[in-house]
Write a protein that binds this ligand. Structure first.
Ligand code: ADP
Ligand code: MG
Ligand code: MG
Length: 890
């Protein structure tokens, strides 16, 4: 039979910290502290599986479990020399929840259990303090009635307030034993009135009630919601800890408090916490009284004149300090602890690894390496990669008063200050003149890209976390607030109407993309610190990392930012934007609208120098590193006007009939452009486009190599290949141009031709395609679309519903679907390498910056991941963690 109850006390415990799946975090750590010989009130833990049994029995506690609990009680009685329900030296209990993962404040606790009209007398007699006994009894009734009997605690508080008012007292501490006794009678009357039943006097009945209520709190609405938000399985259940009470409310030599062994916001190595004299645990959180600082340092920093624990109870303080050091040495991590002091004696009630800010996490990990508590690899594992985002951008100084004039969604982290402008053109102009601006749009579209790049920050009044503005800004690492619905843009008068203010063009605002706030004026900022603790952690990560980290960058500015963050090459340079900007769109349209190849070539000749210039810029920044360039991918109609108005304008500009243009636009219309005339299909229909792009790339590579002395290795990537013959056709064109350019220049450079694997057919036929392809890059955005048959642009209509209904766990466009898409990647990697064993393999979709997906790439042995510039440090860390945890698993 499974053991259901694990006891702890007097330096011994049946459980261990590693048993947290069975005992819950709280129970496992209570057991561990006991084994370490720390002062923990004796008790026992009912395992979490008993919670499911409780539900299976229709919310009843099984008789077998009751027997084990009674035996557990006997151990506590022996350890304390007290008896549960006795009229002399009665044992009082706390009944506490404790799940595998801490769910703070979500579940219930009952304290002082075992009190009734008789034991309260005995307790008072025993302690020589009747006031304390009645104070404990009223606490118990109120908590039990709330947690077990379902009466809101507020109605009890009303009674207490009335009583205080009647007696002319301000503070609870002024109430005497008989005052509390009266409160107890009023409480009991209230329960009878409200529920038509008496407050239970039988301690065992109280115990079953409390245990059942703790089990039941696992399914409370707030706990269920919390689990959904944090991806915690509902099947786990909660363990229950039953423990002897110790009393922080036993006079002025007693206290209760909470502490972190290091500062959770700065990471500084000093005890940090709060306590209350003559109180029980719930008073600290309830906010009835203001807690005092534990250390003198903390007291001085908070400007308080109420004494610290260090001053007030120096012996207990010293013991607490020692215990904290011991716990840290044992757990090798910063701990979050709860303690109580009963008449000068310190008791430990809880320990767990403490939550901390990213900055503190860095400092603590680095300090612990220096203190020889953890290894460098352990330090690397301690940092959650996705939280690095917060460190890479300037942030608003936490000490400033925020004058918030609007709120929206925190779409892209970091803060930015600038003068407001209403168009992308104005943003570009400002950048050229060296002025800092915030671009304001109702929502953004692809035509705003250059303005979004030029702006310090972006603010929209419409749109969600996956709107164009949000996605693009995150990719660029530009702070962004979207959907600020409390603000209105009045474009005609160039005004922004916010809460209590109207601003005009040129006025200064600050946006906080991490909080989703819009502030008035300029605000002091804290600049990101890429050296120091961050630098050391990243250095350790880089030492163990196997995969290379590249970046997705289309412009020299992005490439430069990415290199500063440690990018080791470009994994994806999309070339389409090079056809959109300014003049170029007109030339591009000329090309598309040309009657024949000759006309197309004439237009392409004009585009060639522009493309060459783009690539030269990029290659200069990336000197000495590989750069993957994807040939033109989107369907041509994306470059043509859409609305009737635009058609008329463009036709006029191009000197053609609007009707003719409309006809051409219609002819290029596609029912499903995502699966239409795009990718290498364009290159096959119009090889002259590929030839122009290849020439621009090779000429630029030679020019940049001559300038920097360190050539890049261009890796030309052919998109959307499904057939080997498609790649053959395009590769032949590229190789021919390469030969021509090198002969003309009299200089040789290395280059590769490869393909994106983004169609299931390509993955399955990888061994054949690898005969022509010198590298594969997994385009996981398209591969996810084509594997699922889900269009990414339409997915938001149903993926959230799928997630809510439990049909799918993660959005496959955010975190790679290992089972399906992942299997195709594995197949392609394996088959590709079978043909060409030194084949370079990488991933360049959005997943390249997602830690779980990066772990997958490490596991199947890819050579690199590529992600947007601001995700480069995240990917470096995640790739290192994958190596370490894979090695640990072996
Ligand atoms: P939570 O998980 O919400 O923190 P706990 O089970 O830790 O709930 O209980 C809340 C508080 O109750 C503790 O911080 C402590 O102050 C008090 N408490 C719990 N057990 C005891 C005990 N055995 N003796 C005295 N106080 C206790
Ligand atoms: Mg607690
Ligand atoms: Mg693609």
């Amino acid at each position: 039979m499974t053991k259901l109850v694990y006891t702890f006390g007097n330096g011994q415990a049946e459980g261990r910290a590693r048993d947290h799946d069975v005992l819950g975090g709280k129970g496992a750590n209570l057991a561990e502290m006991c084994s370490l010989g720390l002062p923990v009130p004796p008790g026992f833990t009912i395992i979490a599986d008993a919670c499911s049994a409780y539900y299976a029995l229709g919310r009843r506690i099984d008789a077998g479990l009751k027997d084990e609990i009674r035996r557990g009680l006997e151990t506590i009685e022996k350890a304390t020399g007290r008896q549960f329900g006795a009229k002399d030296r009665p044992l009082l209990l706390s009944v506490r929840s404790g799940a595998r993962i801490s769910m703070p404040g979500m579940m219930d606790t009952v304290l002082n259990l075992g009190l009734n009209d008789e034991t309260v007398q005995a307790l008072g007699h025993d302690a020589g303090d009747a006031r304390f006994a009645w104070d404990s009894y009223r606490r118990f009734i109120q908590m039990y009635a709330d947690v077990v009997m379902g009466l809101d605690h507020e109605i009890f508080e009303e009674i207490l307030e009335d009583q205080k008012a009647r007696l002319g007292h301000e503070l609870e501490t002024e109430l005497t034993a008989s005052d509390w006794q009266q409160v107890v009678s009023l409480y009991k009357e209230l329960i009878e009135e409200e529920l038509g039943e008496e407050f239970p006097q039988d301690p065992e009945e109280q115990l079953w009630g409390a245990i059942g209520a703790v089990f039941a709190s696992w399914m409370s609405a707030r706990a269920v919601t919390y689990r959904q938000l944090h991806n915690i399985p509902g099947g786990w259940g909660t363990a229950v800890n039953v423990q002897a009470m110790v009393f922080g409310n036993l006079g002025n030599a007693s206290a209760t408090g909470v502490a972190f062994t290091r500062n959770p916001s700065t990471g500084e190595r000093s005890l940090y916490g709060e306590f209350l004299v003559n109180a029980q645990g719930e008073d600290v959180v309830a906010g009835i009284r203001t807690p005092q600082s534990i250390t003198e340092e903390g007291r001085i920093n908070s400007g308080s004149d109420r004494p610290s624990l260090e001053k007030l109870m120096p012996e207990a303080f010293e013991e607490l300090t020692h215990i904290c050091t011991e716990l840290e040495a044992h757990y090798r991590d910063m701990q979050d602890i709860e303690f109580t002091i009963e008449r000068g004696k310190l008791w430990m009630l809880q320990t767990r690894s403490g939550k901390r800010s990213t900055k503190a996490a860095m400092k603590i990990a680095v300090d612990m390496v220096d203190e020889k508590l953890i290894t460098e690899e352990q330090a690397v594992l301690r940092i959650e990669p996705s939280t690095l985002d917060q460190l890479l951008h300037p942030t608003i100084d936490p000490r400033v008063d925020r004058q918030v004039i609007g709120t929206g969604l925190p779409a892209s982290p970091g803060a930015a200050t600038g003068a407001i402008v209403f168009t992308a053109e104005e943003a570009v102009e400002a950048e050229e003149e060296g002025r800092k601006v915030i671009l304001l749009r109702v929502e953004t579209s692809p035509e705003d890209i250059h303005g979004m790049h030029a702006a310090e920050g972006i603010l929209t009044t419409r749109g969600g976390m996956t709107s164009h503005a949000a996605v693009v800004a995150r990719g660029m690492g530009v702070p962004c607030v979207v959907g600020a619905g409390t603000m209105r843009i009045d474009l005609r008068n160039e005004r922004l109407i916010g809460v209590g203010v109207t601003l005009k063009k040129g006025d200064i605002i600050t946006i906080d993309g991490s909080a989703g706030q819009v502030l008035r004026g300029e605000v002091p900022m804290i600049q990101p610190e890429l050296s120091g603790d961050f630098g050391r952690i990243m250095g350790w990560a880089d030492r163990v990392r196997r995969m290379t980290v590249r970046t997705n960058a289309d412009t020299p500015a992005d490439a430069r930012a990415a290199r500063a963050f440690g990018a080791e090459g470009i994994g994806l340079c999309r070339t389409e934007h090079m056809f959109f900007e300014g003049e170029r769109i007109h030339v591009m349209r000329e090309m598309i609208l040309a009657e024949d190849e000759k006309g197309r070539r004439a237009a392409l000749d004009k585009l060639l120098p522009m493309q060459r210039l783009d690539f030269t810029g990029l290659f200069t920044v990336m000197h000495g590193l590989p750069v993957t360039i994807r040939l033109l991918d989107p369907p041509l109609h994306e470059f043509l006007p859409k609305t009737e108005e635009e058609v008329v304008d463009v036709a006029a500009a191009m000197g053609m009939e609007a009707a003719a243009l409309r006809q051409r636009v219609d002819a290029l219309h596609e029912f499903n452009p995502m699966l239409g005339h795009r990718g290498c299909r364009l290159a096959i229909s119009h090889p002259e486009i590929v030839e122009m792009q290849a020439r621009a790339i090779f000429e630029a590579a030679i020019a940049a190599a001559q300038e920097t002395g360190a050539a890049v290795v261009p890796e030309i990537m052919v998109p959307l290949v499904g057939l080997r013959s498609e790649l053959d056709y395009v590769k032949e064109r590229i190789d021919a141009v390469a030969g021509e350019v090198m002969t003309e220049a009299g200089m040789k450079i290395d280059y590769l031709v490869g393909t994106m694997i983004e169609l299931p057919r390509a993955a399955l036929r990888a061994h054949k395609i690898a005969e022509a392809a010198e590298f594969f890059s997994f385009g996981t955005n398209d591969l996810t679309q084509t594997t699922f048959g889900i269009s990414r642009d339409d997915a938001s209509a149903f993926i959230p519903t799928y997630q809510r209904k439990g049909i799918i766990e993660h959005d496959p466009f955010i975190s790679l679907d290992f089972e399906g898409v992942g299997e195709l990647i594995s197949i392609a990697a394996e088959r590709g390498r079978r043909t060409r064993n030194d084949m370079k393999l990488g991933i360049c979709g959005e997943h390249g910056g997602d830690p779980a997906s990066i772990h997958f790439c490490e596991t199947i042995g890819l050579d690199y991941v590529s992600c947007s510039p601001f995700r480069v440090p995240i990917a470096r860390l995640a790739a290192a963690q994958a190596v370490i945890s894979n090695a640990q698993r072996r």
